[in-house]
Design a protein around this ligand. Structure first.
Ligand code: UT7
Length: 328
């Protein structure tokens, strides 16, 4: 049985259609709503996001990101023995069948490997990493594909300016492999269902139709307050488990929801902004995809180097939150 889980490949995929704040301002103006680049940047740090064209699904973005990660790992799709997809925008209603099964088909994997979706909204990737790490360390799987993939534009209400300017589409992926070298050093997950209502898609399927709203609802200020307090705590928890200090973190890769939350967490951990990977300005909030997207950007531009320590941390609907501390 291997002692550790290592990240051996990363990949990402953004749909080509880039939508700037100026584009959003024009789109909302056509609906009689007022917004501005100044408001969006100052409140969230977002300048642009990408939207998938009609017909492009989470599995399409996820499969492309996965191919890049599998290539970087020097593997073939059939070497993968477990696929986990974190998504809140699955291909099929209710995630039935799972987006992971669709990704398996799109990658041409025919080795009967297990495939499952994980639902923890914006914390989904961190949750999926922890699930994969535990499967690997218990010896059940050896090469796991973990994907965060979203087409959040499908659940945005473009008549609600408080939410539609914040989110985007995309996917990121990692290949995790069993190893005797560290690796993932610690993971920690939490949830508090008492706050389920502050960030949700409140509709349900009834009699073959949607009862209620199929659009994302968010009480931004309530989410903001909870996020700031739990992120620092969970980051310190994984540091403690690994016996490390915050000063030993080379790269903080937080969920990319709002630059002010990200700055607040870095400050509380005593980390300078230069140690944080920021993509929220160009990607917006891509929910479960935001961390693996940011990780892949910083791996491929050479910022993250072998032997360095990375901290991934996220907060999202549920309410869920978690962190992963790993050595590259
Ligand atoms: O991914 C899961 C985690 N999600 C998050 O972390 C999101 C957490 N929350 C946030 O990031 C912030 O709360 C927001 C970015 C959503 C909002 O920022 P805020 O500083 O909390 O703004 P606010 O909600 O207090 O709104 C301030 C004003 C309001 O006007 P009044 O009532 O003061 O007159 C809003 O109506 O800004 C108005 N406003 C807008 N103005 C222009 C709201 N949306 C817009 C908009 N353009 N798009």
């Amino acid at each position: 049985m291997s002692k550790y889980t290592r990240i051996v490949g990363t990949g990402s995929c953004l749909p080509p259609r880039r939508v700037s704040n100026h584009d959003m301002t024009t789109l909302l103006a056509a609906r009689g709503l007022d917004t501005s680049d100044e408001w969006i940047v100052s409140r969230s740090g977002i300048s642009a996001r990408h939207f998938a064209d009609d017909g492009v699904l989470s599995s399409d973005l996820g499969a492309t990101a996965a191919r890049h990660a599998i290539d970087m790992a020097g593997l073939k799709p059939d070497d993968i023995d477990l696929i986990i997809v974190a998504t809140s925008t699955p291909d099929f209603l209710g995630g039935f069948p799972s987006t992971a099964c669709v990704v398996q088909r799109k990658l041409g994997i025919t080795n009967d490997c297990a495939a499952l979706d994980v639902q923890a909204v914006c914390s989904g990737f961190v949750y999926a990493m922890s699930v994969a790490d535990n499967f690997i360390r218990c010896g059940m799987h050896k090469r796991v594909l973990v994907i965060g993939a979203e087409v959040f534009s499908r659940i945005l209400d473009f008549n609600d300016r408080t939410t539609c300017v914040l989110f985007g589409d995309g996917a990121g992926a990692v290949v995790l492999a069993a190893s005797d070298e560290p690796g993932v050093l610690a993971t920690r997950l939490h949830a508090d269902g008492r706050h389920a209502d502050i960030l949700c898609v409140p509709g349900a399927v009834q009699g073959g139709a949607i009862a209620g709203s199929a659009f994302l609802y968010m009480d931004g200020q309530a989410v903001f307050k909870l996020a700031v307090s739990v992120l620092e705590k969970v980051a310190n928890e994984v540091l403690q488990i690994a016996g490390m200090e915050a000063s030993q973190i080379d790269w903080l890769i937080p969920h990319q929801a709002n630059i002010r939350i990200m700055q607040g967490t870095a400050k509380k951990l005593g980390l300078p902004m230069e140690k944080m990977v920021v993509t929220v300005d160009q990607h917006g909030n891509t929910s479960a995809a935001s961390i693996p997207l940011a990780l892949d950007v910083a791996m491929r531009d050479g910022r993250i180097k072998a032997g360095q320590h990375i901290m991934l941390e996220a907060v999202g609907g549920g309410f869920t939150w978690g962190a992963v501390l790993a050595r590259i």
